[in-house]
Ligand binder design. Structure first.
Ligand code: FAD
Length: 278
């Protein structure tokens, strides 16, 4: 494992291209610790990257140390309903395991291209009105806190809508989690059903990171539907969703700033859901 330069358009689901000054992939906690020590020594910010489906790189040159989670992908059954899953596993692969074993699960995340680590960090779930998130099935989360490996039980993990103690730029690496999925008789394939739903209601015309803001004024955001700035636009199909057609992140940034400015002028609150990394 080495910290190196990388030019890529693959690290964010917006598919923007960037020159990453410092990039590394870690496959063990020890490798993560050595990157972490490098960042401390060099007074560098660092960012833990899952699958990049909620990550927005805002500049051409990214100086933040990007640490891509390449831990071994493990789904280890503990008993018929409990399973230990490493943070690098894709959500869809855990859902397939649940479906094959007739277990209830967060099947509404079948349309989300996330890692388990990213989904736990973001408190991923359905829209706010549904009050359903991945944590409905979490028993505990094991993480490295910058000095030691710790485990917190579900109720000990502070969180709110699309936010947890792990969200954004911090030194907490989620290593694995234990889930409890109760047995359930399942008739219709819930994964296919969710995928059909997302094709119908979500805009997959071009690269995107799903919802952009975790809260904002519905009237203002509604009016922004279809607004285009250069090679990016607010989707006219899906509320609060930016479609990108460029390798340059500037157009997305302008759309975000514009929405924030409108909220400021009209004294309304707005909060970014996607994580902006410089
Ligand atoms: C088409 C589409 C649909 C979407 N639909 C939904 C939806 O229905 N509901 C929803 O909630 N979200 C949705 N999203 C947003 C996104 O998929 C989620 O936020 C997801 O949880 C991000 O996972 P990731 O692995 O891609 O994380 P990344 O984008 O890589 O990272 C997101 C955050 O998680 C942190 N993180 C990642 N891995 C770890 C780790 N191992 N330890 C600690 N921190 C970590 C990062 O540092 C960052 O703060 C959608 C996105 C897309 C593209």
């Amino acid at each position: 494992m080495e910290i190196r330069r990388l030019e890529s358009n693959k690290l964010s689901f917006y598919r923007t291209r960037h020159k990453f000054e410092n990039y590394a992939e870690f496959s063990t906690v020890e490798e993560f610790i050595s990157c972490y020590q490098w960042a401390n020594k060099n007074k560098a910010n660092f960012y833990i990257l899952g699958n990049g489906s909620n990550t927005f790189f805002s500049r051409k040159k990214i100086r933040t140390l990007i640490l891509k989670n390449n831990l071994a992908k493990r789904i280890n059954p503990i008993n018929a309903e409990e399973v230990e899953v490493s943070s690098s596993v894709l959500v869809i692969n855990l859902l397939k395991y649940c479906y094959e074993n007739s277990l209830d699960s967060f099947y509404y995340l079948a349309s989300v291209p996330a890692t388990i680590g990213g989904a736990l960090a973001m408190n991923a779930g359905r829209g706010q009105e549904h009050n359903l998130t991945i944590y409905d099935f979490v028993v505990s989360v094991t993480f490295f806190d910058g000095s030691q490996i710790r485990t917190l039980k579900n109720i000990e993990i502070k969180r709110s809508y699309r936010e947890t103690i792990f969200t954004g730029m911090n030194n907490l690496l989620i290593i694995s989690a234990i889930f409890r999925f109760p047995y359930k008789e399942i008739d219709e394939d819930p994964i296919a059903a969710r995928r059909d739903w997302s094709k119908k209601f979500q805009d997959y015309n071009s690269p995107n990171c799903g919802s952009v803001f975790k809260y904002g004024d519905r009237k203002i955001l509604g009016k922004l539907k279809g607004l285009k700035m250069g090679k990016a636009n607010f989707s006219s199909k899906t509320f609060n969703w930016i479609n990108n057609y460029s390798e340059d992140s500037i157009f997305i940034l302008i759309l975000i700033k514009f929405a924030q400015l409108l909220h400021l002028l009209l004294s309304k609150e707005i909060g970014l859901e996607i994580i902006k990394v410089d």
